[in-house]
Write a protein that binds this ligand. Structure first.
Ligand SMILES: Cc1cc2nc3c(=O)[nH]c(=O)nc-3n(C[C@H](O)[C@H](O)[C@H](O)COP(=O)(O)O)c2cc1C
Length: 201
């Protein structure tokens, strides 16, 4: 796996999938944060992921690609991240649709997004799913409970309000900060709880 070395060198390598749940901007901000942290990302955007990306961010998947973000086709099951022999530091589905969650929980790997997630599971690597749905359907809740028991991090797109967010960006950063915490990436996205915020005697 990639390692932290000199400044400017790659710190880590992630697979990020933007699937068809609302909240594409969480994925966009995550890519920015990973790039700022010196990580390289292989990006997968599903068809409905692209719809939401256009609707919510006025961006195409191609707009997100750059030197640090390599765009992969969701149809390409021969891409690097489809193989367990290719080692990545983390696999993140952000946002994760109920459909993609259901497929992963049932071992279905019919596209590069789901295949990469199943590779992370079979290789016992870090897999983070960021679901966005309200309310949740029982099959999705059961799927998430199973995935959690199997070591997958379920990190819902549910921003906290205790930091008194002033903008949409603050709320998005709250979730991206929790993802970066999971990856042990230092960041300045929002203040951390100190315990001094409430005087409860
Ligand atoms: C505009 C739009 C918004 C959607 N929002 C959600 C959502 O917030 N959560 C969700 O689980 N599915 C949502 N869906 C449904 C998924 O996109 C659909 O289940 C799709 O099959 C997901 O496929 P994918 O996971 O391969 O992207 C939405 C679909 C569209 C078109």
């Amino acid at each position: 796996m990639s390692e932290a070395t000199n400044e400017g060198e790659m710190m880590g390598e992630a697979v990020v999938a933007i699937t068809g749940a609302s909240g594409a901007r969480y994925g966009v901000r995550l890519l920015e944060a990973l790039t700022e942290a010196g990580w390289k990302t292989h990006l997968i955007v599903t068809r409905e992921g692209a719809l939401n990306l256009e609707l919510e961010c006025n961006k195409s998947p191609e707009d997100l690609a750059n030197d640090s973000v390599i765009l992969e086709s969701n149809n390409n099951l021969a891409a690097r991240s489809a193989s367990g022999s290719a080692r990545f530091d983390a696999y993140i589905v952000c946002p994760a649709s109920g459909t993609t969650i259901g497929k992963i929980a049932n071992g279905i790997s019919d596209n590069l997004a789901t295949r990469s997630a199943l590779v992370a599971m079979k290789e016992r690597r870090k897999l983070i799913l960021v679901p966005r749905e309200s309310p949740y359907a029982t099959p999705h809740l059961r799927a998430m409970a199973n995935l959690s028991e199997w070591g997958v991090v379920i990190l819902p797109a549910s921003p906290g309000f205790y930091n008194k967010p002033q903008s949409l960006e603050d709320m998005v950063d709250f979730i991206v900060a929790r993802i970066l915490d999971q990856l042990n990436i230092d960041h300045q996205l929002g203040k951390r709880w100190t315990g001094d915020e409430i005087d409860s005697q």
